[in-house]
Write a protein that binds this ligand. Structure first.
Ligand SMILES: *Cc1c(COP(=O)(O)O)cnc(C)c1O
Length: 666
């Protein structure tokens, strides 16, 4: 209406310019108000960047549409399917992701005419429906720190009409603005019950006719449901039959909002205000320069595809960088060691790289220990971790560096053997399972009985064994903030172990589970502080261990594949089928992978951007989709080479033989 009818004395709505100033998610008009805007990112960014945003905010993320609609996404595959549904419902790719804010909802609603603030109330929700709609609330006056800037904003925007600012107050008491809606909220009559007739004030200002004052009855209101007769001749249309089995997202909006949105986009594409960040051009895909350098060195013209290729300088850089950081963080009192998790990728070349730069080896089975020894590690350079270590045939001439026990029963077994004189390891430790952790691993120290038994066993351990504590959660799933909170609580638990056993905890091992970018950008810069914190908590700490797998090697390999078939529709490539598959990329659906394509004329490798096309695998399986959203070049041809990057961790160790005419060898 603002666009089509423009300013009109009887139209009690804000102007197009004012509406642009309240556009989600940036809400430019909020400046001056004592509110923050939760971090957000446009989904037009590359998937690699979107995934990093989600990890950074602990996978407590909302996917939101341009006008309506918000769903919580808690892992990558659900984001992918919800993004597709939202794009179809709202007819646009310009959606955004926003970090979750923990807290309780409140609102400010106001009424204004031609830039003059007429009345304003503050409403704190007291009851909500399962969809979060207000079902009861308390009405108060807004505080002056809110009122004064709001008055200035209303003036600046020359606002006419009603409005609601939807906010969340976090446990620290800070307000976060979700959105400003250019209309009265559905609960507005609740304000009238409190003696504040906002709608009346607006009509009064516009018409000059005095409104009847609202009588204050209570400053709290509750909503009720009312059945009412339907007028004969105007029946309610029958319900739509739900689509059998399929969940049509737009079915949530019987009001026709999605249809209106599709039309609005057609309108807006003619008059797009440059200020709205959602209209930004799609970002470009990039990969680190070392990927291309390493792939150029692989002579792929003479390689049978699909083929996993090592990116040697990329891999070596990660190992060297961590080795150097560990050396720099070490002190005479406390040594910092990195241990390579063999299971993540047992390729000998990678284990050798770890060995060469001075890592320890971390093994979860006797076969892995054998592999480490084969590459050159000594027993005292091996850490045994994972569940249940009483593997057969583990007669070793020398003790290993450390054993971490995953359960009380295992600890009992290990302590018994130690008491019996076996020199199992220099360090005997426990893997801790913290209070809020849902995990099958570690000793659940939240139980007083279990903690008590653990202390008893550790006290019985002969004095010459050193005691260690280990914890491990995947920050890539739980989020970085959660990881650091767990680090904190693990140190407190280790401290409790010290005071209860009367023995020093001399080793802390923080496990793996890091996405390479987070390891480099978050953990590494904070490593010095983390070690200081550990030494403060545990003054006798002598060894601090990191056990990265994924962080070292995820980017160390790519899978090269060739295009077998280009499927076109009206000349435009829609899908390609390649000779690779999810058998070589078993986690293709779990996180985004950067993809390179080789230009068949220049031979140059270029990053593939996100787009509407798919890369389909060679297998006769419904879920064999190597990449669901890529931009294909118009001149893509059969035989062209692709390299799916970020395939060097579990993509490699968990790959399987399927559709190759081979049995799997077990
Ligand atoms: C798997 C594993 C690691 C490595 O985990 P990533 O996710 O590959 O970093 C480290 N320590 C232990 C005990 C493990 O089981």
């Amino acid at each position: 209406m603002a666009q089509v009818l423009g300013p009109h004395p009887r139209l009690l709505i804000p102007s197009v310019e004012a509406l642009d100033q309240i556009a989600k998610p940036a809400v430019p008009a909020h400046r001056g108000l004592p509110v923050g805007i939760p971090p957000f990112i446009s989904t037009t960014e590359q998937d690699w960047t979107l995934n990093a945003f989600c990890r950074r905010h602990g996978w407590k993320i909302w996917l939101k549409g341009p006008y309506y609609d918000a769903v919580q996404v808690n892992w990558w595959p659900s984001f992918l399917s919800l993004r597709t549904a939202f794009q179809a419902t709202w007819g646009t790719e310009k959606l955004f992701l926003q970090a979750h804010v923990r807290g309780l909802e409140e609102s400010i609603s106001f009424s204004a005419y031609q830039g003059r603030l007429l009345d304003v109330v503050h409403m704190v929700k007291r009851d909500i429906t399962p969809e979060g709609k207000t079902w009861g609330g308390r009405i108060d006056d807004p505080v002056p720190e809110f009122l004064n800037p709001l008055r200035a904003i209303v003036k600046e925007l020359n606002w006419s009409g009603g409005a609601e600012l939807e906010m969340i107050r976090n446990p620290a008491g800070e307000l976060w603005l979700m959105e400003i809606n250019p209309r009265f909220p559905a609960w507005i009559h609740g304000a009238t019950i409190a003696g504040r007739n906002l709608a009346g004030r607006l009509v009064e200002a516009a018409s000059g006719i005095a409104m009847s004052e609202a009588v204050p009855q209570s400053n709290e209101f509750a909503r009720i449901v009312l059945e009412m007769p339907v007028r004969a001749g105007y029946p309610i249309p029958p319900l739509q039959e739900p689509m059998n089995g399929s969940q049509l997202h737009s079915g949530k909006y019987p009001s026709g909002m999605p249809m209106l949105a599709h039309r609005l986009h057609a309108l807006r594409s003619r008059s797009v205000p440059a200020s709205v960040p959602l209209e930004a051009a799609p970002s470009v895909a990039t990969v680190p320069a070392s990927f291309i350098k390493d792939i150029l060195g692989a002579d792929l013209d003479n390689v049978e595809t699909p083929s996993r290729i090592l990116l040697p300088s990329t891999a070596a850089h990660s190992f060297a960088q961590l080795a150097e950081a560990a050396r720099a963080a070490s002190s005479p009192a406390c040594e910092v060691r990195a241990a390579y998790s063999i299971k993540t990728n047992p390729d000998e070349r990678l284990i050798k790289m770890a060995y060469d730069v001075g890592f320890l080896a971390e093994a979860i089975s006797e076969l892995e220990v054998g592999k480490a020894l084969e590459v050159g590690f000594l027993p005292e350079q091996v850490i045994l971790n994972g569940p249940a270590k009483a593997w057969p045939s583990q007669a070793r001439s020398r003790p290993v560096h450390a054993i971490f026990c995953d359960s009380l029963d295992e600890l009992r077994q290990v302590v018994q053997r130690a008491v019996g004189g076996e020199e199992l390891a220099e360090i005997i430790g426990v893997r801790l399972r913290g209070p809020q952790l849902i995990s099958r691993f570690g000793i659940p120290v939240v139980s007083r009985e279990i903690f008590y038994d653990m202390i008893g066993l550790l006290r019985a351990l002969p004095q010459h064994f050193r005691i260690g504590c280990h914890f491990h959660i995947a920050s890539s799933n739980f989020g970085i903030g959660q990881w650091w909170r767990l680090y904190d609580s693990s140190l407190r638990c280790a401290k409790a172990i010290e005071s209860c056993t009367d023995r020093a905890v001399e080793c802390v091992d923080i496990g793996g589970g890091w996405f390479p970018d987070d390891f480099e950008n978050d953990l590494m810069p904070k490593l010095g502080d983390a070690i200081r914190q550990a030494r403060e908590a545990l003054p006798s700490l002598r060894t601090f261990v990191l056990e990265p797998g994924r962080a070292m090697v995820q980017h160390s390999m790519a899978v090269a594949m060739r295009v077998l078939e280009v499927r076109r529709f009206q000349g435009v490539p829609q899908d390609i089928v390649v000779d690779g598959s999810i058998a070589e990329l078993p986690l293709a659906w779990q996180f985004p992978h950067r993809i390179l394509q080789r230009d068949h004329k220049s031979g140059e490798w270029q990053p593939m951007a996100r787009g509407p096309a798919r890369i389909l695998g060679r297998l006769c399986m419904e879920d064999d989709i190597v990449a669901p959203n890529v931009q294909l070049r118009a001149d893509i041809t059969e035989g062209q080479l692709l390299a799916i990057c970020d395939a060097g961790a579990y993509e490699s160790s968990m790959a399987y033989t399927f559709g190759r005419g081979k049995s799997n060898g077990l």
